[in-house]
Design a protein around this ligand. Structure first.
Ligand code: ZN
Length: 113
């Protein structure tokens, strides 16, 4: 269960942040999960509630941004949108590329009270 370990690590980071400022709870959390990060958001939501029960994130409002996948071709420098990590350059067909966005998996902001 990949998503469960993600939820656990989000919780760990949040706990640290709450502790740092002597807060009580997280009221809102803003996540960034790229479209090609491989994270299934419905699965994450599925494990979320159980995982966050009685934690600093219990009852927190969750906002999830899903940046599109973009890559830059290593051969022709063309920037293009990708929906899968294995997509080739749409201009020259090269499979070699640098992923620019879409693989994010991070906490962007926490609102702590
Ligand atoms: Zn190319």
């Amino acid at each position: 269960m990949h998503e469960l370990s993600i939820a656990t690590s989000i919780l760990k980071t949040s706990e640290n942040e709450v502790q740092k400022i002597n807060g009580k709870n997280v009221t809102e959390i803003f996540l960034e999960i790229g479209k090609i990060s491989g994270v299934e958001i419905p699965s994450l939501e599925f494990v979320w509630e159980q995982c966050m029960k009685n934690s600093v994130l219990d009852g927190a409002k969750v906002h999830i941004a899903e940046p599109e996948g973009y890559a830059r071709c290593a051969e022709c420098n063309h920037e293009f949108k990708i929906s899968k990590i294995y997509d080739s350059c749409e201009r020259c067909g090269s499979p070699f590329k640098e992923i620019i966005t879409g693989q994010e998996m991070k906490i962007k902001k926490l609102i702590i009270c």
